[in-house]
Ligand binder design. Structure first.
Ligand code: IMP
Ligand code: MG
Length: 176
């Protein structure tokens, strides 16, 4: 079977491209003249970061942090471990954290608190997706691609058991 045939398209690649272009223009406007660092959260944000970075018409740098939740639960526990840290200090820099999805918000809460201890000039958040129904902590999402319903989605970097990250659209597994 070809990739994605068991999926319903929730957000098409054209819709994603249009929204990424808008976000990039907004970010370029807001960060003009500032030292901007995009901090992508691996693995899920790798596709989004690569498209978004090219939609921001500004000099910037890109770094990545890899996080994992302790344990195997599908629900985020909020207990998060940095498995690969940033390669450079962010002190004095304007940080834009780029994340695939903010679900309960617990992962982002941990990351924000951790990054804040490194004294950046500012921290803002850009999330491609957000499930407002599941939020367990208030996260200020400065740039949001799309709010979505409480459904498990894959594609455009997001996985189900590490698969489907290379799907070019955001899909929902079809009910059998
Ligand atoms: P949170 O801590 O509950 O906000 O979870 C954030 C992380 O859970 C995201 O960075 C994703 O890796 C993962 N996640 C949450 N919802 C989904 C989904 O619908 N599909 C794939 N991964 C998800
Ligand atoms: Mg993630």
């Amino acid at each position: 079977m070809k990739l994605g045939q068991d999926m319903d398209v929730l957000i098409s690649k054209e819709q994603i491209a249009a929204r990424v272009a808008e976000l990039g223009a907004q970010i370029a406007h807001d960060f003009a003249g500032k030292e901007l660092v995009l901090v992508g959260v691996l693995k899920g944000a790798f596709v989004f970061v690569s498209d978004l970075a090219r939609a921001i018409d500004l000099p910037l740098t890109i770094d990545f942090v890899a996080l994992s939740s302790y344990g195997e639960a599908t629900e985020s526990s909020g207990v998060v471990k940095i498995t690969s840290d940033l390669s450079r200090p962010i002190e004095g820099k304007h940080v834009l954290v780029v994340e695939d999805i903010i679900d309960t918000g617990l992962t982002m809460r941990y990351l924000l608190d951790n990054l804040a201890t490194r004294h950046p000039a500012s921290i803002r958040i850009c999330g491609l997706l957000h499930k407002p129904a599941r939020a367990r902590t208030k996260i200020p999402i400065d740039y949001l691609g799309f709010p979505i319903e409480d459904k498990f989605v894959v594609g455009y970097g997001l996985d189900a058991a590490e698969k489907y990250r290379n799907l070019p659209f955001i899909g929902v597994m079809r009910e059998p």
